[in-house]
Design a protein around this ligand. Structure first.
Ligand code: FAD
Length: 404
């Protein structure tokens, strides 16, 4: 059985390694395999999350049910075992995040490379696949300067994030030509740009705050103010849930989620009582980070030079309401060049969730970020590439008729 694996990332290497008994050839259009792996997890590669399947699925943002079968056949423990068996020792850190013990993403690449090679995979670099033509139950795979025939093709061409790594989305055109629907790709896990200019507080981390947007579960944790807007854990999470939302849209930040508006009003009353003769701009230091106070005061609308003892009950209440629901308008994001992952891709309704085989073209398979699946940070996205790669490789190598 001749199998073409298009794309030499985590999904492609895993698919090639698990296509047992076949002769996989990996076609990769850049100069190296696993280019994205090197920058994954800030160069440390958080390759999986050793949680139970329910927790894993809760961290999948798009099309979690589609992944159920692949994740049960290739669990986080299987990912750890695969790397260990191929010479990469591993460790688990806070939040059950698994890393190579060396803290070097290159060790993950080496292990996946070894796994693919142990199955006799051949790697062809600088091969940009331009067209895939189904014929007589097989495929002609065309690249610049040549073409070759295969029994099966596994598309592991990734999404569109960090295109410098080779995941430039160019393969979506040939996937569409094969009759597949591609759900419009959008950047996810990405810095969000705000209409409000927050740059004076650039670098500030707001700890233990909540972000809310209509139709999205509130997210609680830390957030960072950037030159152009907001980033950090909860802003990235929000960017994933809102990846397909048209801009502009409003989000509301609760700077004191542990208190109700009434409790916060009481707290303000107590705090103000201690500084009655000060200006309001000097009365909030105990409650809010210094760098963020000017934004709150500007939106509150009470002159920052006014004396605290002149603040009315209604004004104080409106300040409490503002701190509990500080509005920001999201007008865009940092784009694919800076997005950790792509939301969108091959419509999973057209793919068999057990085998990863196309429901439209027999013998064509998909794995990894090319699919319309994406998850939050924590090792989930990389694991999805491994698990779907494993399923696609395993089933593509089976004889016709076994894979449905
Ligand atoms: C900065 C950053 C940090 C990340 N950190 C984490 C993390 O810590 N944990 C985590 O779980 N996930 C992380 N991710 C996401 C994770 O790395 C990816 O989801 C995963 O690597 C995707 O693997 P893949 O094999 O599906 O796709 P890719 O790695 O994108 O591989 C696709 C390959 O296909 C090749 N290709 C594309 N088109 C063609 C063509 N026409 N012909 C030939 N070859 C082609 C590309 O060159 C590329 O090598 C991170 C991503 C980024 C960008």
């Amino acid at each position: 059985m001749k199998i073409a694996v298009i794309g030499g990332g985590a999904a492609g290497l895993t698919a090639a390694g698990s296509a047992k008994g076949a002769k996989p050839i990996i076609f990769e259009h850049t100069d190296k395999i696993g280019k994205k792996i090197y920058i994954t997890g800030k160069g440390r590669c958080n390759f999986t999350n050793v949680c139970d399947s329910q927790t894993f699925l809760q961290n999948v943002v798009t099309n979690a049910p589609f992944l159920r079968s692949a994740l049960s056949c290739f669990t986080p423990d299987d990912a750890v075992a695969l790397l260990n068996a191929n010479g990469c020792k591993t460790k688990v850190e806070r939040g059950r995040r698994a890393f190579p013990r060396s803290d070097k993403a290159s060790d993950v690449t080496k292990a996946l490379h070894r796994y693919a090679e142990s199955n006799g995979a051949e790697i062809r670099l600088y091969h940009d696949i331009k067209e895939i033509v189904p014929n007589n139950g097989g495929f002609t795979v065309k690249y610049i300067g040549g073409e070759e025939s295969f029994d099966r093709v596994i598309m592991c061409t990734g999404g569109m994030s960090y295109p410098v790594t080779g995941s430039d989305g160019s393969a979506f055109a040939l996937i569409k030509k094969l009759g597949h629907t591609v759900v419009s790709p959008s950047p996810s896990l990405v810095e969000l740009y705000t209409q409000e200019d927050l740059s004076a507080a650039e670098g500030l981390t707001l700890k233990n705050v909540t972000l809310r947007a209509d139709g999205i579960k509130p997210v609680f944790g830390d957030m960072m103010i950037t030159d152009n807007g907001i980033s950090g854990p909860i802003a990235l999470t929000l960017s994933a849930y809102a990846a397909r939302r048209a801009c502009p849209y409003r989000v509301h930040m609760d700077l004191k989620p542990a208190m109700t508006v009434g409790e916060l009003d009481d707290r303000l009353l107590r705090d103000f009582g201690l500084v009655l003769n000060k200006q309001v701009k000097n009365a909030l230091d105990a409650l809010l980070p210094k760098a963020f106070i000017p934004f709150v005061l500007k939106t509150w609308g009470v002159q920052s030079s006014r004396q605290v003892n002149s603040v009315t009950k209604n004004e104080r209440r409106s300040l409490a309401e503002l701190i509990k629901s500080f509005a920001l308008t999201i007008v865009g994001n940092a784009g694919f060049d800076h997005a950790v992952v792509t939301s969108g891709g091959v419509d999973v309704k057209q793919v068999n969730p057990k085998t990863m085989e196309s429901r439209l073209v027999r013998g064509l398979y998909f794995a990894g970020e090319v699919l319309d699946v994406d998850a939050l940070t924590g090792g989930y996205n990389f694991h999805i590439a491994l698990a779907t790669g494993y399923a696609a490789g395993t089933f593509a190598a089976k004889e016709q008729g076994q894979n449905i």
